[in-house]
Design a protein around this ligand. Structure first.
Ligand code: 5GP
Ligand code: MG
Length: 170
């Protein structure tokens, strides 16, 4: 069950606006390719794209985790070629960083002009993989977060704020 919001819609909008301003300045004169990790980052990317004031392109990628170890595979690839592009990979949560490390590796194989990571939530103390994060909206403690695109067993994605869920999915 969920309780009080960790971050309400206004706080999220303020951080999204900050990051949109930073991206617009950092990529001025370029047309970055923003790639969202499905499904949880879709809400964040939709808002972020509208906070960016320079031209950009949007695409999505999805991964599957299998087994109980670190098996990861691409479930859905991007449609727009990555070679030579300034890519901004947009994720919902970087925890161990293992998911992102896999996606970054797969994208770097295609020789983008640059690749930066932007995440809504970050738990740096849980990190295993060495991932450089350029833009981050919020750092969160060891609570399972839902809402604003993030689910618990498929639920709560539609909530406009971020909430702590009482339990972690099994
Ligand atoms: P990592 O590979 O970095 O350990 O895990 C990252 C992925 O785990 C995220 O993209 C997200 O799908 C999921 N995840 C990690 N923490 C949370 C959380 O608090 N809430 C939700 N809904 N998903 C999470
Ligand atoms: Mg995810």
């Amino acid at each position: 069950m969920i309780g009080e919001p960790l971050f309400d819609a206004e706080s999220i909008a303020a951080r999204v606006a900050d990051i949109g301003t930073a991206i617009s300045a950092d990529y001025a004169g370029k047309t970055p390719l923003m790639i969202g990790l499905l499904r949880a980052a879709a809400t964040f990317l939709a808002d972020l794209a509208r906070a960016v004031t320079i031209p950009c392109q949007l695409d999505f990628i999805a991964v599957n985790k299998y087994g109980d170890g670190d098996g990861i595979a691409l479930e859905k690839d991007v449609a727009i070629p990555v070679e030579g592009r300034h890519v901004i990979l947009v994720d919902d949560t970087v925890d161990t960083g293992l998911t992102l490390q896999y996606v970054v590796k797969r994208l770097l194989e295609r020789r983008p002009a640059s690749l930066a990571v932007c995440t809504l939530l970050d738990r740096p103390h849980r990190r295993i993989a060495d991932i450089e994060i350029k833009y981050r909206a919020f750092e969160v403690p060891d609570v399972f977060v839902v809402g604003y695109g993030l689910d618990y067993l498929g639920r709560y994605r539609e909530l406009p704020a971020l909430y702590a869920h009482g339990t972690w999915p099994a």
